[in-house]
Design a protein around this ligand. Structure first.
Ligand SMILES: Nc1nc2c(ncn2[C@@H]2O[C@H](COP(=O)(O)OP(=O)(O)O)[C@@H](O)[C@H]2O)c(=O)[nH]1
Ligand SMILES: [Mg+2]
Length: 251
């Protein structure tokens, strides 16, 4: 053990059917592969399918699993609360469906804890990424990220991958500035990080999409567009200061 600590946040909305299996898989990985002290925090806000009950049982069984519940929905809100409250040196999150292969978690965290990055973000859109998903979601993702790059003049390749890590210092500085409480949270965080000169590691991952989705595509796309214009206005005066390292060339 290196003495450094990590908090792995799992945001969940109506995930009673996969939570136990995913936490078992994740704990297995963390126990064998991670040279840091770790804790899992499940954040539930708004589930109506018994997710909190499953999470409570997991907490009783494992002292390294905790549950945080919030009244209002929103994945951004879940991450904001868990990350801001965390005393760990690095925080991260991943989707409960484990769409990103877990072997990428160690490099994600090493980017922060060993290599001096402030933010590390999984990418499904780099040449080395191995991405399995429907042609429709692939098209939406490419269009969205093209729009983000052009409207916000940013350099990270994939804003929305549910696999990110952030240093505690960067969390304390950036998260209070992020206004979105839902899906746009990630894009806003990365954009503010890049514009304020934080170092972002853009890491190619293997992603195998799970079709079971909480995303309402039309309303989310509209929220994203509104979010881009809002953030564009707030960063327009900011100096560009990208310090981005990719594991490959952007497509
Ligand atoms: N805490 C919390 N988690 C959420 C909320 N909405 C979605 N999630 C979680 O966010 C993760 C990604 O959701 P998912 O539906 O798989 O998104 P997709 O892979 O982009 O289709 C999953 O772990 C969801 O349970 C929410 O309102 N609150
Ligand atoms: Mg998913």
């Amino acid at each position: 053990m290196s003495g450094r600590s990590v908090e792995v946040v799992i945001p969940v909305l109506n995930e009673a059917h996969v939570l136990e299996r995913s936490i078992a898989t994740l704990r297995g990985y963390l126990e064998t592969e991670l040279p840091y002290t770790w804790r899992i925090v499940i954040v539930d806000n708004g589930s109506t399918d018994g997710t909190a009950g499953v999470a409570r049982r997991l907490c009783e069984r494992h002292s390294d699993v905790a549950l945080r519940t919030l009244a209002e929905r929103g994945r951004g809100r879940a991450l904001r609360h868990a990350w801001m409250e965390s005393p760990a040196d690095a925080v991260c999150y991943m989707d409960v469906d484990l769409s990103t292969e877990l072997r990428f978690l160690r490099p994600l965290l090493e980017a922060i804890l060993e290599h001096g990055y402030d933010v590390a973000t999984g990418s499904r859109l780099l040449p080395d990424s191995q991405t399995q998903r429907s042609p429709f979601r692939e098209m939406l993702s490419r269009t969205y990220n093209w729009l983000v790059r052009n409207a916000l003049r940013t350099h990270f390749s994939d804003a929305q991958c549910g696999f990110k890590a952030v240093s505690r210092t960067a969390v304390q500085h950036l998260v209070p500035q992020v206004k979105d409480e839902s899906w746009f949270f990630d894009t806003e965080l990365l954009t503010l990080a890049e514009k304020q000169g934080f170092r972002i590691a853009d890491i190619a991952v293997a992603w195998d999409e799970d079709d079971d989705s909480r995303v309402k595509i039309l309303s989310t796309a509209w929220d994203d567009i509104k979010g881009i214009w809002r953030v564009r206005r707030t960063v327009q005066a900011a100096q560009p200061g990208p310090a981005l390292v990719s594991t490959g060339r952007r497509t």
